[in-house]
Design a protein around this ligand. Structure first.
Ligand code: ZN
Length: 310
């Protein structure tokens, strides 16, 4: 599949002028690295093309009034894709990653993860060499009315290497087929599943989902971001339960404002700032504050884990 995606990427860049320009522009984006007190680092990417996504209006009225840009009939004529079950794998024309995919459901159906846990794992395995991600409707998805995943080429998000070294991940549950981790000194709350078993992974995701659904009164689903990949014979699923969509600084005015709308990629350690002034001024302390606002607390993570052990 990686080969097929590589071929798709190459042919799209040669046949689709807009995508070609967008990926060429990506090579010029600025990136800086910031370090937290506990030793973890994150990257900040100044990416003006992402303003549409970061500042997307996702209220019901705005969504109802625009043509859905993920529906086949509204997609650019040049955009081609690869079929996988009920999904179409497409090149994302607003990239963050050097190879960035949008994986769109063939039907116009709501952004809800519960019915799509199995395809998420199948796609993770199929798209080895990529990290798949899911943004909840209120956690960064700019098309909350049309189900989709995204995927980015591996080796880009700091969380991948940080999980490989287990420097910040603490093993909290170990069953024969599956391990569960929480994270410390990482400035955001994450529950990570590592398993060589497709079935055990699905059961654990559903169990965590059930606990979140009971703990929080979010509708229509618990607020979350998910990163998922298949590496060295294991499924790895990072779940980021969320408490709010956007931090206070997003809504602030004047010099107090930082236009950053955290989604899976930001949670994975690459924070996207579409405005230069935000890129220049943002500090590790700001990011720490943003994560603290949009994520659940360490106490809540412990509560979820204690419920998982029952
Ligand atoms: Zn649609």
């Amino acid at each position: 599949m990686k080969y097929e995606v590589g071929e798709l990427f190459k042919s799209q860049l040669s046949e689709w002028n807009f995508a070609n320009k967008q990926y060429a522009a990506l090579q010029k984006v600025e990136t800086k690295t910031l370090k937290f007190k506990g030793g973890a680092t994150v990257k900040v990417q100044f990416n003006p093309e992402r303003i549409k996504s970061s500042a997307a209006k996702v209220d019901k009225k705005s969504i109802a009034e625009r043509p859905c840009f993920l529906c086949a009939k509204n997609r650019p004529a040049e955009q081609k894709g690869i079929d996988f079950e009920n999904f179409k794998i497409l090149i994302n024309p607003f990239p963050i990653f050097p190879v960035h995919l949008t994986i769109v459901h063939t039907e116009h159906t709501e952004q809800l993860i519960k019915p799509f846990v199995e395809p998420m794992l199948k796609l993770s395995k199929k798209l080895q060499g990529f990290t798949l991600f899911y943004n909840g409707a209120k956690c960064g998805a700019s098309a909350p009315d049309h189900f989709h995943f995204q995927a980015g080429i591996e080796g880009f998000l700091p969380i991948e290497e940080d999980f490989r070294t287990k420097k910040f991940a603490v093993l909290v549950i170990e069953n024969p087929n599956i391990k569960v981790y929480k994270w410390t000194n990482y400035e955001r709350e994450i529950i990570t599943i590592e398993s060589n078993s497709y079935g055990s992974s699905i059961d654990m995701i559903n169990k965590i989902y059930g606990i979140l659904a009971k703990m929080y009164n979010h509708t229509p689903e618990p607020m979350l971001n998910i990163l998922s990949y298949y590496k060295s014979g294991n499924y790895v699923i990072h779940i980021f339960p969320r408490s709010v969509h956007r931090p206070d600084c997003y809504f602030a005015e004047g010099s107090e404002q930082i236009l950053l709308s955290p989604a899976s990629v930001d949670m994975g350690g690459v924070l996207i700032t579409p405005r230069k002034e935000d890129y220049d001024k943002i500090t590790a302390k700001d990011i720490s504050d943003i994560f603290a606002q949009v994520c659940i607390t360490a106490k809540e993570t412990d509560e979820i884990i204690s419920k998982l052990k029952i």
